[in-house]
Ligand binder design. Structure first.
Ligand code: BG6
Length: 480
């Protein structure tokens, strides 16, 4: 068993929901298999579902087992850790809280983790009810799933409500992108290798592209997505997190506050995009057929206005990055699923060979995690010198034989170990919203609808013009 494994009670509110069944429970099973859960650790799902322990174990057995390794002894032990409590959050029926209190009684010394995998409007009432039932111990932590609000004001409200009952060090705000292997590797690439640092700035870098493209649409998710859109769903959190890790200064230590302090400084240095700049520096699109997507809710006016694609030209106004655009792009129904950070270097100061092109570093988060440095090489031959860009490739899958854990595995292990480095601090979330808010406001007050784009393409024409205006283009390659 890992030395990090404390005895814990992990209480998952929304414990029978999609996130829990698809991500959290499989991640916890992997942790269990690898000895990262202490023998007494329990997983207590809470929902309105009216299930008992046996029903819940049966549900997990039938819905989760096929997605995890076939290890029947370990699986039976894992099922034995599972419990279920039915609860009425914020309501008059307090019997669920009484049941949870009985289950937790006598285990006050254990780490207690309350994981809120539920809509954000339940966070405040849940914490209040927890407090009312006297269940928050000094060893307690609370984990908040996104979305953390819909704008700065609502996120401040959530933070204040949760902050009434939990200290900031007890609050773990999840951004699952931070749990991805390559995202953590970005820190290692930048701060454990000397060769990049002298060229990691505006003298050598022309621009940066951060793309999170998905081939899926939003079937069945309209109820959520109409109110979110790509800016709230992906940019405010995942893409801005990638931007901060790319742009941050070297922290003095590999510790929770040193790293998060540097990330906040990047968010604070983002140049606000306001007023009519919004139409120049941002693009929003909606794939054809979004309104016809199968969903339990029919399309509304909001559905027509929601963006399933966005591209933004951001700038980090500081000494290192002045003049270097950071292009962010994310969309549904694109031709591929690919998340990557592209560092586009400037051209050589003086070209003695014709036909060269500037170097490019591609940091790929998914699929096929890895790093590629595109360098110029001479094509073999005795005639004229002909240049060709060729990639120096590091594929994590081929280089390391160990299994690459899912983002949630890493993050859940960190929560259980009490390490918040890969979680968003309150000031980070709020700084991100502060930058996003004026864009949202301009979009919401505009009479224009998002630009349509056919599904399976790389987004609307405006996204290409955003770079094309300065003679640049999005990094595209063969679909893997
Ligand atoms: C989630 C968004 O946060 O991230 C989803 O709500 C999106 O809309 C998902 O599909 C993408 O995550 P990943 O890990 O598949 O890139």
């Amino acid at each position: 068993m890992s030395p990090l494994a404390h005895e814990a009670d992990l209480v998952v509110f929304g414990g029978t929901g999609d996130l829990s069944m698809r991500k959290l429970l499989p991640a916890l099973f992997h942790s269990d298999l690898e000895g990262r859960l202490a023998p007494q650790t329990r997983i207590i799902a809470m929902s309105r579902g009216g299930l008992d322990d046996a029903d819940f174990r049966g549900k997990v057995d039938s819905e989760v087992r096929q997605s995890v390794p076939d290890e029947s002894e370990a699986w039976q032990r894992f099922l034995g850790r599972l419990h279920h409590v039915s609860v009425d959050v914020g309501g008059d029926d307090t019997s669920g809280w009484a049941a949870l209190t009985r289950l937790l009684a006598g285990h006050e010394q254990r780490d207690r983790v309350f994981y809120l995998a539920s809509p954000p409007m339940t966070f405040g009432p849940f914490c209040r009810d927890l407090h009312g039932a006297g269940l928050i111990t000094p060893q307690s932590r609370v984990v908040l799933e996104k979305p953390l609000g819909r704008d700065l004001a609502s996120s401040q409200l959530i933070n204040a409500e949760v902050g009434r009952y939990f200290a900031e060090e007890q609050i773990f705000r999840i951004d699952h992108y931070l749990g991805k292997e390559t995202v953590q590797n970005l820190l290692v690439l930048r701060f454990a290798n000397a060769f990049l640092e002298p060229i990691w700035n505006s003298l050598w870098i022309d621009h940066v592209q951060i793309t999170a493209a998905e081939s899926v649409g939003t079937p069945g998710r309209r109820g959520y997505y109409d109110h979110a859109g790509a800016l709230r769903d992906m940019v405010q959190n995942h893409l801005l997190q990638l931007l901060t890790l790319t742009a941050m200064e070297p922290p003095a230590r590999n510790d929770r506050e040193a790293i998060r302090d540097e990330k906040v400084k990047v968010l604070q240095a983002l140049r606000p995009i306001v007023g009519d700049e919004v139409s120049r520096f941002t693009v929003r699109g909606q794939y054809d057929g979004y309104l016809d997507e199968p969903s339990s809710t029919p399309p509304t006016e909001l559905s027509k206005r929601v963006e399933t694609f966005t591209a933004i030209r951001a700038e980090v106004k500081n000494w290192r990055w002045s003049g270097v655009p950071f292009y962010l792009r994310t969309g549904k129904r694109m031709p591929y699923r690919r998340s990557e950070i592209v560092i586009q270097f400037k051209d050589v100061p003086h070209a003695i060979f014709p036909g060269g092109s500037p170097n490019r570093l591609v940091i790929r988060l998914q699929p096929e995690e890895g790093i590629e440095l595109h360098i110029m090489a001479k094509e073999p031959g005795a005639g004229e010198v002909t240049l060709k860009p060729v990639p120096l490739k590091l594929s994590f899958g081929q280089t390391f034989t160990a299994r690459v854990p899912e983002a949630y595995e890493r993050l859940l292990s960190d929560v259980l170990a009490g390490n918040p480095t890969l979680f968003m601090r309150r000031d980070e979330v709020e700084a991100a919203w502060r930058w996003i808010d004026p864009i949202l406001e301009a979009w919401e007050s505009s009479s224009e609808l998002p630009e349509p784009y056919p599904g399976g393409t790389t987004g609307p024409a405006g996204a290409h013009e955003l770079l094309g205006r300065s003679g640049r283009a999005w990094h595209e390659e063969e679909t893997p």
